[in-house]
Design a protein around this ligand. Structure first.
Ligand code: V47
Ligand code: SF4
Length: 374
């Protein structure tokens, strides 16, 4: 680090341990788990912002991305019992839904001429919809709107639909790809630590299996995202462990496009007694993620979960992607108490948010090809 920057940090009374981490970041050296822990426990907000901005500037052209997308949630009927979930219902319970392929096609067709480039399809783990059902669904969506990229199914859904059909993950993913699946979202990762996972989502696909499914997807050239649900029972060590497992897999496969931290929202679920994280904690978490994950190209602030104002602020903490227009098509976060009860953003609004944060808005497709710079 140059002497003048170092003396600036010293005069800001940055602790020597953090100066060591800053030296590594500035010289583009990978930080260790212990460095990551030091950032989480001791890094001040402006210090973390500065380091995260250094990493972002190095990685990109000062662009912040967004896309035009909508979600389809085929069902909220789910066999699992994640304690943080406000969304799942039992079959027949009030508030449950299960759309038919025809219902879904009607929705998808309504977006045909809307300019949307992506449909994001995720839902509950339905007890009797197997791989072959979902292959039919993907084929039908592809036939109706061939130009729209299909990003669909968490590793948890893939795990269940393949085992219901008695087919292994490799063959199942290959068939989905042939049907038109373009990429996979990052949900279901939650927190990889096995002890915490047992408490928050006891019957969900385990961490090793989640990672194995993403590895197989990458080997089949299906790009994926990764998430981390934070603000529940985990400590900073658990978060770093989560990030490190992702960083290790990415070293091997290079198949993750984006990392998306998901702030726990506590309305109407079994963990309602847990206070939600503060905005400061959310911003610190974005910055540490950006600094630690030196090999995952993009860091996404999913605004329907975090809110538009914090999403804009997060751009100063390493975020380079705001996800999309959404068009009020997802219920996962509104049912968990997000401030965005009917999430929808116009492209003008997203562009204004990005420009207001001093960055260049770049409209992208799902796999981060630039469609237009604004
Ligand atoms: O896996 C559920 C989370 C995820 C709550 O890949 C909750 O582009 C907070 O993964 N509080 C599904 N989080 C959503 C998801 C996602 C979202 C946006 C973009 C992408 C992408 C992926 O939602 C679940 C779970 O971790 N979740 N309930 C809750 N109460
Ligand atoms: Fe089911 Fe997903 Fe909710 Fe867990 S988070 S209960 S897998 S819908």
């Amino acid at each position: 680090m140059s002497g003048s920057v170092l003396s600036l940090l010293q005069s800001a009374k940055i602790a020597p341990r953090l100066l060591q981490v800053a030296e590594k970041v500035v010289s583009n050296e990978r930080i260790s788990a212990s460095d990551g822990n030091a950032l989480y426990t001791e890094g001040s907000l402006p210090f973390l912002a500065m380091l995260a901005e250094t990493v972002s500037r190095r990685a990109g052209n000062n662009h912040v991305f967004f896309n035009r997308n909508f979600h389809i949630e085929p069902t909220n009927i789910c066999v699992n019992h994640c304690a943080f979930c406000s969304y799942r219902r039992r079959k027949g319970e009030e508030g449950c839904w299960e759309f038919s392929i025809e219902d879904i096609l009607a929705k998808v067709k309504s977006y045909k001429d809307s300019g949307a480039t992506e449909v994001h399809i995720v839902g509950g783990v339905h007890p009797d919809r197997d791989l072959y059902y979902y292959i039919e669904l993907i084929k039908a969506v592809k036939a109706a709107t061939p130009a729209i990229h299909i990003k669909a199914f968490t590793a948890v859904e893939i795990d269940s639909m393949c085992s219901q059909a008695g087919i292994n993950i490799e063959n199942g993913l290959q068939l989905l790809k042939e049907a038109g699946l373009g990429s996979m979202p990052g949900g279901g990762a939650e927190i990889f630590d096995e002890q915490i996972r047992k408490k928050i989502c006891p019957d969900k696909t385990g961490s090793a299996e989640w990672l194995r499914i993403h590895r197989i997807a990458h080997e089949l050239s299906i790009p994926t995202n990764a998430t981390m649900l934070y603000g529940l029972l985990e400590n900073f060590g658990h978060r770093i462990d989560h990030l490190e497992r992702l960083r290790n897999l990415q070293d091997e496969t290079n198949g993750f496009n984006a990392f998306i931290p998901l702030k726990f929202r506590h309305y109407n679920n079994s963990f309602s007694y847990i206070k939600e994280t503060t905005t400061i904690e959310d911003l610190r978490n974005y910055a540490v993620s950006r600094i630690f994950l030196d090999n995952i190209p993009h860091l996404k602030a999913y605004w329907p979960m975090i809110g538009k104002q914090v999403a804009q602020l997060s751009i100063a903490f390493g975020v380079d992607d705001l996800d999309g227009t959404i068009d009020d098509s997802t219920k996962i976060y509104s049912m968990a108490g997000s401030a965005e009860q009917n999430p929808s953003a116009s492209t003008d609004e997203l562009i204004e948010m990005i420009k207001g944060a001093g960055k260049i808005p770049a409209e992208r497709d799902t796999i981060y090809n630039i469609i237009k710079i604004y």
